[in-house]
Design a protein around this ligand. Structure first.
Ligand code: ZN
Length: 187
């Protein structure tokens, strides 16, 4: 059994990345088997079945280990035991490169999803704005129609007024002509 300080998977991965994004602390691949789904059970000094975790540190990428279920919390008995042998330098480099590629793709995927969400949000705002403009256009068209109807009515009234004025002038003219004719007859 080795000391704890040299090989805690997530903690050491976190330290190795020096405060990288939170997702880099997580395993690059989901575990197919639960940490307690193995047999025969390996018991720690607390006499409890120890979960089997996988390290993703630079020193031990993909290497499984048993750890006291209390794990660095009060009551931790300090039990730690590797499951797999130590990787060769080539295997270590390969696994670290693959791990970093997965983390990088996850970041890119998260960024792409963020952009898509922003675009969807913008599209929703544009649709809302389009609907609002369409409604305003319909209201303006309705007002324009009412104004046109009012103008036509006013023009008709003006024409009517002009016709009345012309007929009155004609009557006055005829009366004056008759009076003038009578005056000429008397002379
Ligand atoms: Zn224990």
């Amino acid at each position: 059994m080795a000391t704890l300080s040299s090989r805690s998977s997530r903690a050491s991965a976190s330290r190795a990345q020096g405060g990288e994004a939170a997702e880099q602390v997580r395993s690059p691949v989901p575990y197919r088997v639960g940490p307690l789904a193995y047999s025969p059970a390996v018991l720690c000094q607390c006499r409890r079945k120890t979960p089997c975790w996988t390290a993703w540190s630079n020193e031990n990428p993909g290497r499984r280990y048993y750890r006291c279920p209390a794990g660095m919390a009060p009551g931790d008995c300090g039990f730690f035991q590797w499951v797999d042998r130590e990787a060769t330098p080539y295997e270590r480099t390969l696994l670290c490169d693959l791990r970093d590629a997965v983390w990088s793709l996850r970041r890119e995927n998260a960024e792409a999803n963020r952009v898509i969400e922003m675009m969807q949000s913008d599209n929703a705002e544009l649709r809302h704005l389009k609907a609002k403009l369409q409604k305003e256009k319909e209201e303006l068209m309705q007002k324009l129609g009412q104004t046109e109807a009012t103008m036509v009515e006013m023009v008709d009234k003006i024409k009517e007024g002009n016709r009345c004025w012309l007929s009155r002038c004609m009557v006055v003219f005829v009366v004056v002509a008759i009076l003038f004719g009578l005056m000429l007859v008397k002379v």
